[in-house]
Design a protein around this ligand. Structure first.
Ligand SMILES: *[C@@H]1O[C@H](CO)[C@@H](O)[C@H](O)[C@H]1NC(C)=O
Ligand SMILES: *[C@@H]1O[C@H](CO)[C@@H](O)[C@H](O)[C@H]1NC(C)=O
Ligand SMILES: *[C@@H]1O[C@H](CO)[C@@H](O)[C@H](O)[C@H]1NC(C)=O
Length: 331
């Protein structure tokens, strides 16, 4: 077995070397190897054995080539960069960080939010001290719990104005929302609306009371019915104007197609790189503002080393389907 790994490793290393020596002379092979070493150091990456390392090197080099090609395109609207996902194929990225199954559809009988849409102004909730620091879901499809916690943190902090924004427990949602019959599937995925329904009934405690483990666990029921409960939730109509009006009051939970977000660094992510089909939704995030040009500011849960300190700017309109499942809650 070991020998097989060794031989496969040797073969891959050989292939990588041939690739480096024979590729476009403008791109310096030594710099690529240096980039891989830098990547491993930056993200504290360790591989089980040499076979794994040489395979990851080959995937990294392929990604690096695509990132370089993307950034050399003068017509691009956003930049890409090497980040913590750069040694994964797109399929591996989807399997590890996006939602695998969405068990139900948005509850169509949720009340629709009805706001005055004529008075909206561009808004950014990030400098308003209503959200804790950007979080990291790690290898668990629990984005829905982060989107839900972000929505409820906003609602709570906007109302109560604590000096340090309160942070709510994603792990309680991961462990308990499915266990209590709300259709959530922990690290496999869920709809934020179902998680908000769970919290309306059982409450949500603070992050430090029920800390995040990035794994499915047993629901600790002694922590239920002691935390914050929002009174109502609404669906926001799927239009720019409705979302902009709702954003005047609070950030909003949204679901998107994030299957090509892995290398995003900065700039405006365009509609052409994702699907706005409701069935393409594979990730939940928090809409935290919009700009005068109609572009959206979105808070992700992949840590601050991803994107713009953890945020992404999406093109105006229903980019990546962001308007399909927008949820708003009140205190
Ligand atoms: C849908 O939402 C309404 C209003 O909140 C609620 O009464 C109903 O039980 C929900 N239905 C499902 C299937 O979750
Ligand atoms: C909506 O807001 C605009 C601008 O503030 C105001 O003139 C208008 O009367 C409002 N409409 C309603 C129905 O409240
Ligand atoms: C559940 O939470 C309570 C209160 O924080 C704690 O004392 C208890 O140890 C927890 N139970 C488990 C199984 O973690």
């Amino acid at each position: 077995m070991k020998l097989t790994y060794f031989l496969v490793g040797l073969a891959l290393l050989g292939a990588a070397t041939v690739y480096l020596v024979t590729r476009d002379p403008n791109a310096d092979g030594h710099l690529d190897i240096y980039s891989f070493q830098k990547f491993k150091r930056s993200f504290n990456v360790q591989y089980k054995n040499e076979g794994e390392e040489s395979y990851r090197l080959s995937v990294f080099l392929e990604n690096l080539k695509m990132i370089e090609q993307h950034n050399a395109d003068a017509t691009r609207t956003y930049n890409q960069e090497v980040n913590q996902f750069s040694d994964l194929t797109n399929e591996e990225f989807g399997a590890r960080y996006l939602m695998k199954s969405l068990p139900s559809q948005l509850n169509k009988s949720l009340p629709v939010l009805n706001l005055n849409e004529t008075a909206s102004q561009p808004i950014d909730w990030v400098p308003k001290n209503v959200l804790p620091a950007v979080k990291n879901q790690q290898q668990c499809g629990s984005c829905w719990a982060f989107s839900t916690a972000g929505l409820l943190e906003s609602v709570y902090n906007i109302q109560n104005k604590p000096k340090t924004p309160i942070s709510f427990s994603e792990q309680q949602l991961v462990d308990c929302c499915g266990a209590e019959g709300f259709g959530c599937e922990g690290c496999n995925g869920a709809w934020p609306t179902d998680a908000v329904s769970y919290v309306q009934k059982f409450g949500i405690v603070q992050e430090n009371q029920y800390p995040y483990t990035a794994k499915d666990g047993n629901c600790n029921k002694t922590l239920e019915n002691v935390g914050f409960k929002p009174s109502k939730q609404f669906q926001v109509p799927a239009t720019d104007a409705a979302l902009q009006a709702a954003l005047q009051n609070s950030p909003i939970s949204i679901c998107v197609d994030a299957s090509r977000w892995s290398s995003y660094a900065s700039g405006v992510f365009p509609q052409s790189k994702c699907s706005s089909d409701p069935n393409a939704a594979d990730h939940a995030v928090l809409l935290v503002g919009y700009n005068a040009d109609g572009t959206w500011k979105v808070r992700n849960s992949w840590g601050t080393s991803w994107g713009q300190q953890g945020y992404i700017t999406l093109a105006a309109g229903n980019t990546c389907g962001l308007e399909n499942y927008a949820i708003y809650a009140t205190y």
